[in-house]
Design a protein around this ligand. Structure first.
Ligand code: NAD
Ligand code: IPM
Ligand code: MN
Length: 363
């Protein structure tokens, strides 16, 4: 059996509910595909602030360092929104990504057939949607200098958008490499008509593109991209972009699939260690009701098998199980038509487990 060490950080809001389903699926897949997991739970976010006055306790960081992979639910919520910056739940997530060097965030958005009706967009626009947002995750305006000061005109707040060429280069390389396994098309999204950091981004993208002559590179301004992504979504294969643009465009891309409750993510760096989390947040409005869609988290577990354990077969088995359950018409509340019966978070998870059991490893 393969020994793997996984840190599990449920976090806040719906985090614990969806992570429970993710862990269930991880353990079932582990059993079928020959893994023995050591699972360590850690505190993160607002729940960690409440317990130990620190959104990212040292112990949590430690178990993540020791782990092969981290599975995270979500952090944040209204209870902590007035906290000082260092005691905000979101700060923990940013620090964790930075400390682990996870500069590449993969956010695939693929349409499951049958879910066109769950989207507010027209079915014919969505037909064949399959794109990958490659979001730079440890630089840009999220990590530049921040400042507050008093001036004669009142208060002043500053955030700084900084990129170095090496940061742009390494994320572009990842985008080109992933594009090679897909439809060989990279759209680099920036705001080069205004931002100096975007002009550097474009230059570096052009240079890196020279090393990948088999992949087509286009540039697109982010405002246009925000429109094109819902106008002609099937034109996109890989979208590579800076931290904040990637954050915004990936939530927008969720609507191409029907719900943000479906979008998984993987955050990786130089090694195999990765952080796996849904794209969505802690959804405080539905927390504690057992109605959240666990698919984004379950598909993040599939990405964990693929990217951290190099196990394409187990990843595909999980994805196939989710596809089967959706094909059977099972829906959580976010996807159900008004008036239709929706499954609870754990009922949906149980259905995935049943289908996963039918997926056998190749002899
Ligand atoms: P959100 O993603 O939590 O919710 C947006 C909308 O989507 C809400 O209507 C919510 O009910 C719905 N939704 C989200 N996930 C769902 C799921 N699995 N199933 C069904 N419906 C789902 O975004 P928000 O409301 O802007 O943010 C809420 C909190 O989450 C904030 O504190 C924010 O900072 C935090 N947040 C955390 C992460 C993270 O931990 N990675 C990501 C985004 C937002
Ligand atoms: C995400 C979230 C985070 C981000 C927040 C909670 C810091 O929105 O993972 O998409 O902006 O990166
Ligand atoms: Mn986001």
């Amino acid at each position: 059996t393969k020994q793997r060490h996984v840190a599990v950080l449920p976090g806040d809001g719906i985090g614990p509910e969806i992570v429970e389903e993710g862990v269930k699926v991880m353990k079932q897949a582990g059993e079928q595909f020959g893994y023995h997991f050591q699972v360590d739970f850690g505190l993160i976010g607002g729940s960690a602030v409440d317990r130990v006055q620190n959104p990212l306790p040292t112990e949590t960081l430690q178990i993540c360092w020791e782990a092969d992979a981290v599975l995270l639910g979500a952090v944040g919520g209204p209870a902590w929104d007035k906290n000082p910056p260092e005691l905000r739940p979101e700060k923990a997530l940013l620090r964790l990504r930075k400390e682990l060097g996870l500069f590449a965030n993969l956010r695939p958005a693929k349409l499951f057939s049958g879910l066109e009706q769950s989207s507010t967009l027209k079915a014919e626009v969505l037909e064949g949607v399959d794109l990958l947002v490659v979001r730079e995750l440890t630089g840009g305006i999220y990590f530049g200098e921040k400042r507050r000061e008093q001036t004669e005109r009142g208060e002043k707040a500053t955030d700084t958008l900084v990129y170095q060429d090496y940061e742009v280069e390494r994320i572009l390389r990842r985008a080109f490499e992933w594009a090679r396994n897909r439809r060989k098309k990279v759209t680099s999204v920036d705001k080069a008509n205004v931002l100096e950091s975007s002009r550097l981004w474009r230059q570096v993208a052009e240079r890196v593109a020279g090393e990948y002559p088999d992949v087509k590179l286009d540039h697109m301004l982010v405002d246009n991209c925000a429109m094109q992504i819902i106008h002609r979504p099937t034109d996109f294969d890989v979208i590579v972009t800076e931290n904040m643009f990637g954050d915004i465009l990936s939530d927008e891309a969720a609507i191409l699939t029907g719900s943000i409750g479906l979008l998984p993510s993987a955050s990786i760096g130089e090694g195999n260690r990765g952080l796996y989390e849904p794209v969505h947040g802690s959804a405080p409005g539905i927390a504690g009701e057992g109605v959240a869609n666990p698919v984004a988290t379950i598909l993040s577990v599939a990405m964990m098998f693929r990217h951290s354990f190099g196990d394409e077969q187990a990843a595909r088995a999980i994805e196939a199980a989710v596809t089967c359950v959706l094909n059977q018409g099972a829906r959580t509340m976010d996807l159900a038509a008004p008036g239709d019966l929706a499954l609870s978070t754990d009922q949906f998870g149980d259905r995935v487990i049943e289908e996963l059991k039918q997926q056998q490893p190749d002899p």
